[in-house]
Design a protein around this ligand. Structure first.
Ligand code: CP
Length: 321
């Protein structure tokens, strides 16, 4: 078994394990890897000889492909695991699956699972570094990091910026990571949702809460929309999608009431005509494509940190040489 990397960056399981300096370190390293992406051959040997395996037990387009692109651009070897064609169908447990893949000599496991806490469980069963690529409604830390990077690329320093997060917060791992990430960089967060789409413990979050989207628009720097996560909803949370759209959807009229500089963000996949209108999704201020692009460089930074030299890794020059 390969030795795990030491120190603070052994895993990335929760955004709440990172302080402001840690987040700044990721964003700074991301700048260097974003520059690599502009090269004729967007590849560096930083993780040559290392092996990264994907353990995706839940569907994904953006996260999985961008982690794969990130690993390849760092020259890591990759092992592709497909839950649907694996021995899970023969009754193999998650733990046995993790131990089996780990026994092949992997250095990092990138894990997505429908169960909250799955990434933490996996980390207890392997010596490899574990990166949480989304665990149920719990956390999605790399999404939060790429959101910060994208917002900062457009707006500069996020200190004092006002982020309005709209929609299905109760079932959202993106919100559970994002709120703490925005807060760590000094932004203030307002959650906009009906009571049925708010988490029970929202009183413990560093946020304001309202159900009135229209009242927030003029004071918003970043309008962050969430998808209705019907795959994680076990009961009726809004009377109808038509009513949801009328009260909490970002249509063209509402988008016009945002300040000129304000960004519209969404983690994807989007449901056009529900949380945002198709025309709004295609506005220049809607930076969803930038979020996807930046996801590759952010995930390069995360893989490099968990597989690299840990806390002493500040020498970005050697990473991109
Ligand atoms: N934002 C996000 O996690 O997208 P995927 O489900 O496509 O990975």
């Amino acid at each position: 078994m390969s030795a795990p990397s030491a120190g603070r960056w052994s895993h990335l399981l929760s955004i709440r394990d990172l302080d402001r300096d840690d987040i700044e370190q990721v964003l700074e390293l991301t700048d260097s890897f974003a520059e690599v992406a502009q090269r004729a051959i967007p590849k560096v040997p930083a993780l040559r000889g290392r092996t990264v395996a994907w353990l995706f037990f839940e569907d994904s387009t953006r996260t999985r492909l961008s982690f794969e692109a990130a690993a390849r651009r760092l020259s890591a070897d990759t092992l592709n695991f497909s839950a649907s064609s694996s021995s899970l169908s023969k009754g193999e447990s998650l733990r046995d699956t993790v131990e089996t893949v780990s026994a092949m000599g992997v250095d990092a496991l990138v894990v997505r699972h429908r169960a909250a806490g799955a990434a933490h469980r996996v980390a207890a069963w392997t010596d490899a570094a574990v990166v949480n690529a989304g665990d149920g409604r719990h956390e999605h830390p790399t999404q939060a990091l790429l959101d910060l990077y994208t917002a900062r690329a457009h707006l500069g320093d996020l200190e004092g910026r006002r982020v309005t997060v709209v929609g299905d917060i109760r079932h959202s791992r993106v919100a559970r990571s994002g709120v703490w990430a925005w807060h760590a960089l000094g932004a203030s967060v307002t959650l906009v949702a009906p009571a049925t789409l708010l988490p029970a413990d929202v009183g413990d979050w560093p946020v304001e809460v309202t159900a009135d989207l229209d009242a927030t628009l003029a004071d918003t720097d970043i309008c962050y929309l969430l998808r209705m996560q019907r795959e994680r909803q076990s009961d009726v949370v809004v009377p109808s999608l038509r009513e949801y759209r009328r009260e909490w959807g970002l249509d063209t009229q509402r988008a016009r009431r945002l300040p000129d500089h304000a960004l519209i963000m969404h983690p994807g996949p989007i449901n056009r005509g529900v949380e945002l209108d198709g025309a709004v999704a295609d506005l220049p201020r809607t930076v969803i494509t930038d979020q996807v692009t930046n996801g590759v460089a952010v995930r390069m930074a995360v893989l490099y940190l968990v597989l690299g030299a840990g806390p002493r890794l500040v020498d970005t020059e050697s990473a991109v040489a």
